[in-house]
Design a protein around this ligand. Structure first.
Ligand SMILES: [Zn+2]
Length: 247
């Protein structure tokens, strides 16, 4: 399907709905809670009414407060919904068309974002989301029409080596799944290596800023998935241009 305001708009709405489901995943999966059942307000425990579950819009209409107890609703919810919607339409905008490949790639990016949020919030990278990420990223690579097996091998292998050398202390199996998914998402070993490089550079800069501000001391466990996500996004959007300028 070619791009039109209508098709992108519909895809964006689909992304908002996924984002809303994403909030449920992010707040429940790391605590091993069921993702079924309606969400409750964390303070008054009242079920959130259907009319208050419209992504972004409900937050704005309620001015960011629970309808019953007026407790502030975290800005994270509408931001996650908006971010998800942007990720869902991004591949279509990059490619200039909507097809099963661009939609699958968008869903892979959305799952990746959820893992980044969960790692940042709870230092957990649940396989219940990591494995679907690998599956959807593989499907996207298959639908792209050319699967590079080298890219996921390098992505996954890089983290597998660290995992093996540190006997699972430096990172967990979740990072290996993410490395594999990055390879499928990016499609070439060059952009995969680039994305890991960017993740380390951005991570190092942020860590220095945090150290300088005294926010955390040496030895604090740093969530790394957010940086891998940032590295992957930069490599996906600008990777070819960056690599061309390096040659
Ligand atoms: Zn409430």
């Amino acid at each position: 399907m070619s791009l039109s305001v209508l098709s992108i708009g519909l895809l964006f709405l689909f992304g908002l709905a996924l984002g809303s489901f994403g909030s449920v995943i992010v707040s429940r999966v790391p605590k091993s809670k069921s993702i079924g059942g309606r969400s409750q307000c964390p303070r008054c425990r009242l079920q959130i009414a259907k009319r208050d579950l419209i992504p972004v819009l409900s937050y704005l209409l309620l001015r960011g407060k629970c309808r019953h107890c007026k407790k502030k609703i975290s800005i994270h919810y509408p931001l996650l919904e908006l971010g998800s919607a942007i990720l869902i339409i991004l591949p279509a905008l990059l490619e200039g068309y909507i097809d099963p490949f661009t939609v699958n790639l968008g869903i892979a990016l959305w799952l990746f974002l959820l893992l980044a949020v969960m790692d940042a919030e709870s230092q957990k990278i649940p396989d219940a989301v990591g494995l679907p990420l690998v599956a959807v990223a593989f499907l996207a690579a298959y639908l792209r029409g050319e699967i590079s097996w080298l890219a996921p091998t390098i992505g996954g292998g890089f983290f597998f080596l660290q995992w093996a050398v540190s006997h699972g202390r430096m990172l967990g199996s979740g990072d290996i799944f993410i490395g594999i998914a990055m390879g499928f998402i990016l499609g070439t070993w060059q952009t995969t290596v680039l994305s890991i490089g960017i993740a380390y550079v951005v991570g190092a800069i942020i860590a220095c800023l945090f150290l300088a501000s005294g926010k955390y001391s040496r030895g604090t466990r740093v969530a790394f998935v957010p940086y891998l996500f940032i590295g992957t996004m930069i490599a996906l959007v600008f990777g070819d241009r960056i690599l061309l300028s390096l040659y």
